[in-house]
Design a protein around this ligand. Structure first.
Ligand code: HPA
Length: 273
């Protein structure tokens, strides 16, 4: 067993006794969905800092706990706070929380985030259903000895985001009057925002939105054969596409403004899967 694999199963042993009911749906709460867990019933909270070997977030506005609970009679595990590669953790540590949720029982993963808009038809406040991603600018979380108990050495990535889930998000969008767009999410290492030249390049490569998380989590989840849905909240137009300077406060402000719509979309999605 590799060190990381040992750490993972050790972490699992430490949380197993705290889980009353196995979760089936895992949800990563990005900016804009931070209060989502308020709608869960029968909550159990597990702080990341109480899990041995677990990465703990250092970013302002990012909490650090799992919140387990029930919504529409479905068992959910939500991550309030995620860790980012730019915090200095090795990439396999960044995806450890996702792997642990799979070990706890989750078969579906819903990833959400705040992102900068590259597609010129987007505005701050647009919700983008992720239909594919580009991870080529960050190391793969699958590098190193393969953890055979999780998945295969060379996993296929042709359909990371489940097609039925993408369709369902669009159905909900038209039925509930919540406008969504579709697009490709590109992950950078961060923590700096991009230069206008980089944004031009990412656009030419096919990216519609850019951010500092998510794609590596989706990749680790796909390796474990989870069904994945992803939604980005476009909090700002990316560098060079608007006159406004980028800053974290602005990102948080737009994310808060859109949170009611975002919450409604995700709640309805959970209801229907
Ligand atoms: N770039 C990278 N990450 C982001 C952005 C951005 O413009 N907005 C929110 N997260």
């Amino acid at each position: 067993m590799t060190k990381h694999e040992k750490e993972l199963y050790n972490a699992y042993d430490s949380v197993e006794s705290k889980i009353k009911t196995k979760p089936s749906i895992a949800l990563v709460l990005g900016s804009g969905l931070g209060d989502f867990a308020d709608c869960l019933e029968d909550k159990t909270i597990i702080e990341y800092k109480d899990i041995p070997g677990f990465p703990v977030s250092t970013v302002s506005g990012h909490d650090g706990k799992y919140i387990l609970g029930k919504l529409y009679d479905k068992q959910i595990i939500a991550m309030k706070g995620r860790v980012h590669f730019y915090e200095g953790y090795p990439i396999e540590k960044v995806v450890m929380p996702i792997r642990l949720m799979k070990l706890m029982g989750a078969k579906t993963l819903i990833v959400t985030n705040a992102a900068g808009g590259i597609n010129k038809s987007f505005n701050p406040g647009t919700l983008m259903v992720i239909n594919d991603h580009i991870t080529s600018f960050v190391p793969s979380p699958l590098i190193g000895t393969n953890i055979e108990s999780l998945g295969t050495r060379f996993p296929d990535m042709s359909n990371v985001y489940d097609e039925d889930y993408i369709k369902l998000l669009h159905d909900i969008s038209s039925e509930c009057g919540i406008e969504v767009k579709d697009g490709v999410y590109l992950q950078t290492t961060g923590p700096n925002y991009e230069t206008p030249a980089e944004i031009k390049m990412f656009g030419a490569l096919g990216a519609d939105a850019v951010g500092m998380s998510t794609a590596c989590e989706a990749m680790a989840a796909k390796h474990m054969d989870m069904r994945i849905a992803g939604v980005s909240c476009i909090t700002n137009m990316a560098a060079g596409l608007s006159a406004t300077k980028l800053n974290h406060e602005e990102v948080k402000k737009t994310a808060d403004m859109i949170s009611d719509k975002f919450t409604k979309l995700i709640k309805e999605f959970i209801k229907r899967i």
